[in-house]
Ligand binder design. Structure first.
Ligand SMILES: Cc1cc2nc3c(=O)[nH]c(=O)nc-3n(C[C@H](O)[C@H](O)[C@H](O)COP(=O)(O)OP(=O)(O)OC[C@H]3O[C@@H](n4cnc5c(N)ncnc54)[C@H](O)[C@@H]3O)c2cc1C
Length: 237
């Protein structure tokens, strides 16, 4: 199928983008890797698309002693290629290079992935385990575990953009495990789990659950989620 017709309006800056997105029937377009198919299948029919991938305000990367802040429109490929500073253990690059295949990574963005909030996507689960925060165009700072609200649901309000993601750096001696089960390389996962052990921080998160990533307490989940979690725990040592 082909997308229903829509207008395109290229904003010059973040202010113009948010003004355009104040229209109820508008939609931000980042890498188009998820939105493109949704338009073609007519699952969404916005009358206005606002391409945001070229906006400098969404492409910056900032490193401090505590964290790395990654603009929403930084691509998976840029992260996989090491163009974003490491938070430790090369975690971000390792996650990024496991997303789909190169053509998708070249255009798909970290922010688009989080805003699309597919339960089987890599960033929602891994950034929840890493304790990242979402920074929005309304000046809100939202912990990742509150940002992803459910399958294809986020805490963003209408017209609000994700601007960046702040990821805390790992401490010395931190350990990380991330395992996903895919039928074929490059496919979306059927189960995934991420484990971070970093000083007093101990987080185990399972994804691809059909909803938001789930923090795991003491009880081990059963079935495939339990298997991938056991492997992620083993990887984290
Ligand atoms: C064949 C294929 C295989 C894939 N495999 C995987 C995989 O294994 N793992 C994985 O994690 N992902 C996978 N993906 C998804 C890919 O990672 C996409 O890049 C990602 O889901 C969406 O990013 P995007 O930049 O293309 O966003 P878009 O498709 O442009 O946008 C997605 C949604 O987010 C909204 N949006 C985008 N950016 C913002 C923002 N800054 N603020 C507010 N709203 C915004 C858009 O309006 C839209 O609703 C795959 C995609 C394809 C096509």
């Amino acid at each position: 199928m082909k997308a229903a017709s829509f207008d395109l309006a290229y904003p010059v800056d973040l202010a113009e983008a948010t003004a355009l997105l104040a229209r109820a029937d508008s939609r931000a377009l980042a890498g188009g890797q998820s939105l493109g198919p949704m338009l073609n299948f007519r699952l969404v029919r916005p009358s206005l698309l606002v391409p945001i991938a070229g906006l400098a305000a969404l492409r910056g990367v900032e490193e401090t002693a505590q964290s790395v802040t990654i603009g929403a429109c930084v691509t998976h490929a840029a992260i996989a290629d090491g163009l974003v500073p490491d938070i430790g253990l090369n975690v971000l690059a390792r996650v990024a290079e496991g997303i789909a295949y190169r053509a998708v990574r070249n255009r798909g963005t970290i922010g688009g992935s989080l805003c699309h909030a597919d339960p089987a996507a890599d960033w929602p689960t891994t950034l929840t385990a890493l304790g990242a925060d979402a920074l929005t165009s309304r000046g809100r700072r939202i912990p990742m575990q509150n940002f992803i609200r459910g399958a294809f649901q986020t805490a963003l309000q209408p017209g609000e953009l994700l601007v960046a993601v702040a990821v805390p750096k790992l401490g010395a001696g931190a350990r990380w495990g991330y395992v996903k089960a895919c039928r074929k390389p490059g496919e979306f996962a059927h189960a995934m789990a991420a484990v971070l052990i970093d000083g007093a921080v101990r987080r185990a998160v399972i994804g691809a659950t059909g909803g938001a990533p789930q923090m795991v307490g003491d009880a081990m989940p059963g079935g495939l989620p339990g298997v991938v979690l056991a492997r992620a725990l083993a990887e984290a040592g």
